[in-house]
Ligand binder design. Structure first.
Ligand code: NZQ
Ligand code: ZN
Length: 392
């Protein structure tokens, strides 16, 4: 086990009907003027909006709103909300949504607290050291943003999708009410499943192998996501499956699964972010295309270090045991890819309308954000090109 510091300051309030306590949580810390952030309207259609606003009223909290945050959230919306929040002198930011809304809220909370240009933090020119506190309600489990210090935003003018990480943008409180997710369309549930699984894989395959407890936590998270997703495809309103899925997805990227392993690989995520940045592909779709291709590439090119890891993955996640560990390692990738296919996810660039002719543009975007990428294997432009070709 590697040395680590684990410090996760987010308070989680989990359970049925818990959205109604958002005002109480804000009141505990004395907030009276808050900026609520949400997306394209799902929260109005499923009643969450009304619950939240009533909770504000009961607690005498004045709220202001920014809506219309889109999936793959964009910088101009963040900047609009920063100016608005400053003008209204809010003291807290309240995302009610998924990763896109949470990530926007984090950038907004940091942007209100500084005179610097927030995008320059994403460019690495300054470090986020202060932010308004964030009190959120999660409406789709996928990214782990409800309990981590990351935010991912796209500058839509340049198609650059970039991230920041900072301790001050961990939400102070996140409410996870699995019932709110009853209204998720199937494709959003499965996007979330792929994303959560891929977060676990970014650590499982980071090139470090002395990690018995983490390997079993990882397998448990993935097995939970697989079994609950299979229930939810037929029964989107199954509370127990929504609850299991939700908590597993949070644990996938809140530091628990990472502690003792060192940093993640993150190459699949970086490659995916260029697909989202350039073509507005949903994150979970990009990952179901890129991650199996990345796995194939690292196994083929680094067989001595990667075969034991994929063999173990096959055993722990799929109960697949073969005498020949290389055969079993390939099984792991095939089984994961088949599962993505079976739940209806695209697993090739062709399925989302991309072909070999798009590869140079994707490579330029990735290179502009920063190469090499990856940890289990350092990837340069020609490696990424081979992965993209495997993904066609
Ligand atoms: O906008 P509305 O109308 O609310 O609809 C949303 C949106 O269209 C819908 N939705 C959410 N909750 C719903 C619902 N529809 C019905 N019922 C509900 N209860 O779902 C759609 C997708 O929402 P979004 O927030 O985009 O999904 P997700 O949580 O997957 O977030 C994806 C974003 O997070 C980033 C991704 O790159 C992407 O931009 N990530 C953030 C990370 C982090 N902060 O740690 C890590 C991830 O790896 C990822 O990069
Ligand atoms: Zn992700």
């Amino acid at each position: 086990m590697k040395d680590f510091v684990f410090h996760n300051p987010t308070k989680i309030v989990f359970g049925r009907g818990k959205a109604s306590v958002i005002g109480d949580e804000l009141s505990l810390d004395g907030h009276k003027r808050v900026l609520m952030i949400y997306g394209g309207g799902s929260i109005k259609r499923n009643g969450t909006y009304q619950t939240v606003v009533e909770s504000f009223k009961r607690n005498n909290i004045e709220h202001f709103e920014i809506s219309g945050v889109k999936p793959n959230p964009i910088l101009s919306k963040v900047k609009e909300a920063i100016s608005f929040g400053r003008e209204k002198a809010v003291t807290a930011v309240v995302p009610v949504g998924g990763g896109s809304v949470y990530d926007s809220a984090k950038a907004i909370a940091a942007g209100i607290a500084t005179d610097n240009d927030i995008w320059e933090a994403f460019l690495g020119k300054w470090k986020v050291k202060s932010a308004l506190p964030i009190y959120g309600i999660l409406t789709i489990s996928a990214t782990g943003s409800e309990m981590n210090g990351n935010a991912v935003i796209t500058d839509e003018k340049t198609s650059e999708k970039r991230s920041i990480s900072a301790s001050v943008i961990y939400p102070r409180v996140s409410i996870i009410d699995p019932e709110i997710q009853f209204t998720l369309p199937k494709n959003q549930t499965v996007n979330g499943a792929v994303d959560a699984i891929s977060h676990v894989c970014e650590y499982f395959f980071n090139g470090y192998s002395e990690s018995f407890i983490q390997d079993h936590i990882a397998a448990s998270i993935i097995r939970t996501i697989i079994s609950s997703t299979e229930v939810l495809i037929d029964e989107p309103q199954n509370y127990e499956a929504r609850a299991q899925f939700a908590w597993a997805a949070t644990l996938a990227l809140n530091g628990i699964n990472a502690a003792g392993r060192g940093s993640g690989d993150w190459a699949s995520h970086q490659i995916e972010h260029s697909l989202s940045g350039l073509y507005d592909i949903p994150h979970g779709v990009g990952l179901s295309i890129i991650m199996p291709a990345w796995m194939q590439y690292v196994l083929d090119t680094e067989p001595s270090s990667m075969t034991p890891r994929f063999d173990l993955f096959a055993k722990l996640v799929f109960d697949s045991v073969e005498k020949n560990s290389m055969t079993n390692a390939h099984n792991a990738i095939q089984k994961l890819k088949n599962w993505f296919k079976n739940i209806g996810q695209p697993v090739s660039l062709t399925e989302v309308g991309l072909s070999e002719k798009h590869i140079p543009q994707i490579l330029d975007n990735i290179e502009h954000i920063g190469l090499p990428t990856g940890k289990a294997k350092k990837l340069y432009r020609d490696d990424v090109e081979k992965i993209l070709k495997l993904a066609i």
